[in-house]
Design a protein around this ligand. Sequence first.
Ligand code: 2BA
Length: 109
Amino acid sequence: MKLIIAVVQDKDSARLSDALVKADFRATKLASTGGFLKAGNTTFLIGIEDDKVADLMAIIKKNCESREQLVAPISPMGGNADSYVPYPVEVQVGGATVFTLPVDQFEQF
Ligand code: 2BA
């Protein structure tokens, strides 16, 4: 068994959630915040059998879009003025950032 941890953009989370239910995958959604943009995103925890990992990846890939996002200038107040960027910067936010972990044991009581 594997535990898939997928960080996705909030805009894609409802669509991915619906697709997972439709395909009979079980998932837990956590509200999360990106360390760089400090904007909300959604983290899915999905426990699945090894032979279904490829199907799950295809569903995640299909339902999560890569987008350009503007990073607003952050005030240097209280921070380091050397790293202050006075204009918005565009970054490419991935469709999904996915980690695959082995599961030693899975129990439901
Ligand atoms: P954020 O940390 O808010 O990052 C949003 C996007 O900003 C990233 O998109 C990347 O394009 C850019 N970015 C992040 N750190 C950067 C840096 N130090 N310098 C320049 N640009 C930077 P993604 O790479 O697609 O990541 C989307 C979200 O996935 C991240 O939101 C974070 O919540 C999560 N994530 C990505 N890589 C991760 C990792 N190695 N560990 C844990 N979470 C990760």
